[in-house]
Design a protein around this ligand. Structure first.
Ligand code: SF4
Length: 336
């Protein structure tokens, strides 16, 4: 990773990009440092709903100590089925100045987390980078995993080059009509695909250490939605045609009708086993070599409640486990 003073310089550039705001492809032009709010509703300082070791991520991200997740509030999409809607569209969470955020990162590191994983951080990018520069200065020594909905600008990604070790983007749709109807965004497909190509050019294939923890690389997440709404077939072919077949894909089964999904049939029902299996089989049939798959029980256990003290705990159990199907990750392994 680049050093703390260079990260601080990127934070300064990100602050400039937020006034008027063009941090994300919405380009609302709100004067964020002055307190104006754009589509995402984020304020001038970071706001966070939960900081915790998360054991339900893909195995190389969870490691033995959990992924060091930091759930930022608000979002630049309004997915009608969002499973984190309490924080992305609701009121959960509170302001966390960069100094506190830096302390939180160092605490996750000290607890043995495999990484720090900001979840939906881009609309809080200046404060996140300021916090990261302080944490790095004070000894943060785990990879940064950037968990994003994929709707990113190349400008923001350029600021992250050399800082982010592992990109974890969603690729939600293959049709802008679907993206508009279900996530209120009209140019998702081309924008997210361009962003993911840029991410890959920065970090390449997934690389794990001898303990199997992700050190660098890209994992593309795709949530399979009922009746083909997410365009799984076209998405998987696009991935196959634009990346080496060794690229890592996480095919998610955990869809559950939350938030306003009841108003948008067929999103008002759970994903069927045969719908998920069709996507899974296709990924293998077309030659993708590294595909994480999820058990359908994740529809019950993978849903956080951010109004509880432990959003990912149910009767003492952790959230869903994902398993790497097929062989092991066929990427380079680094020494521990
Ligand atoms: S980050 Fe928020 S305010 Fe900035 S352009 Fe995106 S939606 Fe608008």
């Amino acid at each position: 990773m680049i050093n703390a003073s260079e990260i601080r310089e990127r934070a300064r550039l990100a602050r400039r990009l937020s006034s008027p705001c063009g941090l994300c492809p919405r380009r609302c032009r709100a004067d964020r440092p002055a307190g104006e709010k754009g589509y995402c509703g984020a304020g001038p300082q970071p706001s966070v709903a939960a900081v915790l070791p998360h054991f339900g991520e893909e195995p190389p991200l969870s490691g033995n100590g959990g992924a060091g997740t930091i759930f930022f509030t608000r979002c630049n999409l309004r997915c009608v089925y969002c499973q984190n809607h309490q924080i992305s569209q609701g009121r959960a969470g509170s302001a966390m100045p960069p100094e506190s955020l830096a302390r939180a990162m160092l605490e996750l590191n000290a607890k043995g987390c495999a990484n720090v994983e900001p979840v939906s951080p881009t609309h809080h990018l200046p404060g996140f980078l300021e916090a990261l520069s302080t944490a790095v200065e004070q000894g943060l020594n785990v990879p940064v995993v950037y968990n994003t909905n994929g709707y990113e600008t190349l400008d923001a990604l350029e600021l992250l080059d050399g800082i982010v070790d592992v990109y974890l983007p969603d690729l939600k749709y293959a049709s802008d009509d679907a993206a508009l109807r279900y996530s209120h965004v009209g140019d998702y497909v081309q924008t997210a695909r361009a962003a993911i190509l840029e991410m890959y050019s920065q970090v390449g294939n997934l690389v794990v250490d001898l303990q199997g923890r992700a050190m660098r690389g890209l994992i593309i997440r795709h949530l399979v939605l009922p009746e083909g709404i997410s365009g799984s077939r076209e998405t998987l072919f696009w991935i196959r045609d634009n990346f080496p077949t060794t690229v890592t894909v996480s095919l998610m089964a955990q869809y559950s009708p939350l938030n306003r999904a009841a108003e948008f049939p067929p999103l008002d029902r759970r994903l069927l086993a045969e719908e998920y299996e069709a996507a899974m089989d296709l990924s293998w049939d077309i030659g993708l070599e590294n595909v994480f798959v999820q058990d359908l029980s994740s529809q019950e256990t993978g849903i956080p409640d951010f109004e509880r003290a432990g959003p990912f705990e149910w009767d003492g159990e952790q959230t869903q486990r994902q398993e790497l199907d097929k062989a092991d990750i066929t990427t380079e392994k680094l020494p521990a």
